[in-house]
Design a protein around this ligand. Structure first.
Ligand code: MEV
Length: 329
């Protein structure tokens, strides 16, 4: 049972956004994914509503149009799953959940995972639960089930720990490690503004697997080679190879039927304008694409080209994923 309940949280409780570089959907079926936590985050604060039962959500996140409304029912389910998992009862005293932070929620950027990670951390403070990072991650995994029935766990893991992570779900357990890499990854993330249902797209991929197991197995074999090579390229700092492999991965995503016209226009525009590689990222059928470039100058040039030439690029963000510095003595 929760102890030492406070009236409201005082700490800053956050969950990172993420960009999947390799392995969306394949990771649901047991392959390894490579995912980058990004510095933008969702923030959560809580207030006990004494004598007023239930949960009230104040959502101040700067989401793409339509996102918050479209995800509201799933979000309610996700929050309730987290509360149940942490054995928090709101039947007598309720909760006011306020969420915000700089992460712009859109499909693909890990907004749902960052929401339930930030909520789990905030609940830990309010109810004196002293959750470890591992327990925060587990709680968020349960919450992710509300957003889309069968999450792999990659998003909540990136949202909890950040950094560049290798992730695999094995025998019902999350196995992940931080990847040691030597060169900064300059990324452009491009939003279509289309909110996709992860439940639906994951369901369609599962159906494709059931209808054509042989073809699906071939795609998985090809993908496993791509991700294996990508891991080596990242560790060697061979960004040209990383880019080429992102293009390969995108092709496999097309075969999974998770791309769409808007994503195709965006990745083509990125490749025509100096990107080392470009692919859809996350759920697909809308959401976001990610492009890798070689420098900040190249990134500025690509952003300009997208703004000028690609009407499908409704939102454009610049990110860098930086190798962790060695701790100084
Ligand atoms: C969504 O960001 C990533 C998917 O692979 C689903 C999952 O891994 O849970 C589509």
């Amino acid at each position: 049972m929760p102890r030492a309940v406070k009236q409201q949280t005082t700490g800053k409780h956050t969950g990172y956004g993420k960009v999947i570089l390799f392995g969306e959907h394949f990771v649901v079926h047991g392959s390894e994914a490579i995912v980058a936590g990004i510095s933008q985050y969702t923030e959560c604060s809580l207030e006990l509503t004494k004598g007023k039962p239930g949960v009230e959500v104040i959502d101040n996140r700067p989401a793409v149009p339509g996102y918050i409304k479209e995800k509201r029912a799933e979000q309610e389910k996700a929050h309730q799953l987290v509360l149940d998992h942490l054995k928090i009862d709101t039947k007598t005293d309720g909760l006011r959940i306020t969420i915000g932070g700089p992460l712009v929620p859109s499909s693909g950027i890990g907004a749902s995972a960052s929401d339930v990670v930030a909520l789990s951390r905030a609940l830990s403070e309010l109810y004196g639960l002293n959750l470890t990072e591992e327990q925060v991650n587990n709680s968020a995994f349960v919450g992710e089930g509300g957003y889309h029935g069968t999450p792999s766990g990659v998003d909540n893991t990136a949202a909890t720990f950040g950094g560049l992570i290798s992730y695999i779900r094995k025998d019902g357990r999350s196995v992940f490690r931080k990847i040691k890499f030597s060169k900064t990854l300059y990324l452009v993330v491009i939003g279509t503004g289309i909110t996709a249902s992860t439940t639906k797209v994951v369901g369609d991929v599962r159906k494709l697997k059931e209808d054509n197991p042989k073809k699906f197995a071939q795609l998985v074999t090809k993908y496993n080679t791509v991700v294996e090579e990508a891991m080596i390229a990242l560790q060697d700092g061979d960004l040209h190879a990383v880019g080429r492999l992102m293009n390969e991965c995108h092709k496999l995503c097309v075969e999974l039927t998770i791309s769409c016209d808007e994503l195709e226009s965006i990745v083509n525009c990125c490749r025509e304008n100096g990107a080392l590689g470009a692919k859809l990222s996350g759920t697909g059928r809308g959401g976001i694409a990610v492009a890798l470039v070689s420098s900040t100058q190249q990134r500025d040039r690509l952003v300009e080209a997208l703004q000028k030439n690609c009407k499908e690029a409704k939102f454009i963000w610049k990110y860098s994923v930086t190798p962790a510095k060695k701790p100084s003595l």
